[in-house]
Design a protein around this ligand. Structure first.
Ligand SMILES: Cc1ncc(COP(=O)(O)O)c(C=O)c1O
Length: 390
């Protein structure tokens, strides 16, 4: 009970002392040379995560610009949509979870949107996706790692379909970029979005978008909300500044977080995330629980967020289970929207060590037992340890 508080919900994730201290430096003007240096550090780190997120560290983008926005990932998603299409144009939005639905809602507000939907946690029917994307389609949106269900969606296949019809492709990599493989060029992504508070392990409040050189010409800042005019952001980025007052402490924290990522290297970081997510999966299933999503085809389990079905017994009073977890100084998340009371979710994004993963499994097991669920936490921890050591 006296153990240190551990944050395992899918964002915000724990930040290191170094990142926290970076926010505590004396304030500077966002138009000063001192800030421009911070901006350059952020951009250089973002290049690493947007352009080198493979298991071998090879470059995955032939050219583009990372931009930082003074707002969370939803602002990045909205910026992507509104800079790429006008209100009379068609967006095809793929929805199999809460964040796919968010992209669709944004598109519905700013353009003509057609949704391709399957139940949350299910895999897309690629024939249905192929039928929905036509020469009329100006933009396709999808979420790579669907945080609400713990699935990785097949971005490369959808990117191919979008390209066949000359449609642009905006991808939410909010809970994958910085922790899993992400290939801008191979997957034919035009704009990718990520967030500070997820796999980058920086504090919440700012987000980043990667604008490929190929798509710059299609960006019409005029149709975007004033604050999200990416044309303007691109011009200011050349001076290592943002159009409006930058959230200086958050930029500094992001620079420090990105330097840690560069120190670890993307290939090692991705391998660690994969190993730790594998440990969550093997641990929870060995304990007697069932994973929630049902991946098929090219859709796979997430390497950053694990969603687990609550056993029937716990579903009768889920609050008692979540209370029991919280009393053990652990923070996890429940299901979102209609999945509330049906699942729980844990994250291994950022800089967690293996002992923290094991503690998460052990604590969830103990909380389950406290509320009367028939689980075997010891078997769970043993299986997870084996995965971590393999
Ligand atoms: C995949 C994904 N996209 C977008 C968002 C939106 O982030 P925010 O609510 O911080 O804007 C989240 C947040 O959890 C997410 O997981």
């Amino acid at each position: 009970m006296d153990e240190e508080f551990l944050l395992l919900n899918p964002g915000p994730v724990p930040v290191s002392d170094r990142v926290r201290r970076a926010m505590d430096e004396p304030m500077v003007s966002h138009r000063s040379a001192a800030f421009e240096t911070v901006y350059e550090r952020v951009q250089s780190g973002l290049r690493t995560v947007f352009e080198e997120s493979t298991l071998s560290g090879t470059r995955t983008a032939s050219g583009g610009t990372p931009l930082v926005l003074n707002g969370t990932a939803t602002m990045g998603m909205e910026a992507a949509v509104t800079n790429l299409v006008d209100d009379h144009e068609e967006v095809v939005a793929l929805v199999n979870g809460k964040f796919g639905r968010r992209f669709a809602r944004i598109a519905e507000r700013h353009a003509r949107c057609r949704r391709v939907s399957v139940p949350w946690g299910a895999s897309f029917d690629m024939d249905a996706v192929a039928a929905a994307i036509t020469d009329e389609t100006a933009l396709v949106t999808m979420v790579h790692n669907e945080t609400s269900t713990g699935l990785v969606n097949p971005v490369s296949g959808v990117g191919r379909l979008a390209a066949e019809h000359d449609a642009l492709f905006a991808v939410d990599g909010v809970t994958s970029i910085g922790g899993d493989v992400f290939c801008i060029d191979d997957w034919q992504v035009d704009i990718a979005v990520t967030d500070a508070q997820k796999a980058l392990a920086a504090p919440p409040g700012i987000s980043a978008v990667y604008v490929t050189d190929d798509v710059v010409a299609a960006i019409d800042g005029e149709s975007a909300p004033f604050y999200e005019d990416l044309d303007w952001h691109l011009r200011k980025a050349e001076q290592h500044q943002t159009p409006f007052t930058s959230a200086v402490p958050l930029f500094r924290a992001m620079a420090a977080a990105l330097e840690s990522i560069e120190g670890e290297g993307m290939p090692a970081r991705i391998r660690r995330h994969r190993r730790q997510a594998g440990a969550f999966r093997s641990g929870f299933t060995a304990m007697g629980l069932e994973l929630f999503p049902d991946p098929a085809g090219a859709t796979v389990y997430s390497n950053t967020v694990t969603a687990v079905a609550l056993p029937e017994h716990v579903r009768r009073e889920p609050a008692a289970f979540f209370d029991a977890v919280e009393r053990r100084n652990l923070s996890i998340s429940g299901g979102q929207a209609h999945l509330g009371g049906e699942i729980f979710r844990v994250s291994n994004m950022g800089g967690l060590d293996d002992e923290q993963i094991l503690r998460g499994i052990e604590t969830v097991g103990a909380a389950m037992q406290e509320v009367g669920a028939d689980v075997d936490p010891e078997a769970g921890v043993a299986a997870a340890r084996e995965t971590l050591e393999s």
